[in-house]
Design a binder for this molecule. Structure first.
Ligand code: SF4
Length: 277
């Protein structure tokens, strides 16, 4: 089978940075912990765990803990600090930018977040405090239906999950701005998923199917997968080479792309497996 790789593939800069911090940390210190899954990539999570970076739990104290790429809310962070846990911040700078934007708003403003209600990045954005230690009020919008329930406020700040779907954000933003007064929109979308999606257009007339490699929980991987399917092209979402099944091997030419948390090692293994099929 011939495999054509997409131009943008493998780790994004944010994931690369957090993973580097993690490996540096375990090379220097024993007894380190990570808060949440460091990235949406089981292989990396398991490898780091085997080398000593353990998931944190409520009994840990007097130690060191790394914050995952998607960030963590302030009240959670403070609970760890109270237990004398030194925090190493592995939050992606673009996610951190969203935190800083939310933190600076005044008390009469409601922060509207376009994103998935259970995504760790969105949950962290809902746990931010102002300089007087008051929790900043937020409201999450995942679909058009949620707009009906937005509370009436003097002012709104509208931001989005970094990996939100650009088209969905555009649609929801237009409706919100039409319906409510005093809405300030700050675009907090990361370009990584878009770059990966734009690069796929090159593949569409050359391949019979596209393999998308990435975590099943990864928002940006799902965006890429959904985009390919929306173009009427067969897409196979897999996390590793063991998930390739016989019915995925009936092609002559396929494309290969990945989410932002997928290592080159896993991509190379899948490419080899497909080429040998
Ligand atoms: S996809 Fe963008 S926001 Fe998410 S970790 Fe990568 S660089 Fe950061």
């Amino acid at each position: 089978m011939k495999v054509i790789r997409s131009k943008t593939i493998g780790y994004c800069s944010g994931v690369k940075n957090t993973i580097k911090i993690a490996y540096d940390l375990i090379s220097k210190k024993d007894n380190c912990y990570v808060i949440g899954d460091i990235v949406h990539n089981k292989e990396v999570v398991n490898d780091l765990k085997s080398k000593g970076l353990k998931p944190i739990d409520d009994n840990v104290k007097d130690s060191i803990a790394l914050v995952r790429t998607h960030g963590i809310g302030e009240s959670k962070l403070n609970k760890y600090k109270e237990k004398n846990i030194k925090i190493i911040d592995g939050t992606c700078p673009l996610v951190k930018r969203s935190h800083n934007i939310v933190k600076k708003i005044d008390t009469n403003t409601l922060v509207l977040i376009i994103g998935s209600k259970n995504h760790s990045e969105v949950l962290a954005l809902q746990d931010i405090y102002d300089k007087n230690n008051n929790k900043i009020e937020t409201f999450v919008i995942s679909s058009e239906k949620d707009i009906e329930n937005i509370p009436i406020k003097d002012r709104y700040l509208l931001i989005c999950q970094t990996t939100a779907d650009v088209n969905l954000v555009r649609t929801l933003k237009d409706i919100i701005i039409k319906k409510f007064k005093n809405v300030e929109f700050i675009n907090t979308i990361c370009n990584e998923p878009k770059k990966r999606i734009d690069d796929l257009d090159y593949l569409f007339d050359k391949v019979e199917a596209i393999f998308v490699v990435g975590g099943f929980k990864s928002a940006n991987t799902k965006l890429i997968y959904d985009y390919i399917k929306s173009k009427g092209i067969t897409a196979h979402l897999i996390e590793n080479k063991n998930q390739i099944t016989k019915d995925m091997l009936n092609y002559k030419v396929v494309g290969l792309t990945s989410g932002a948390s997928t290592s080159d090692k896993v991509i190379d293994e899948i490419q080899k497996e497909l080429e040998n099929a």
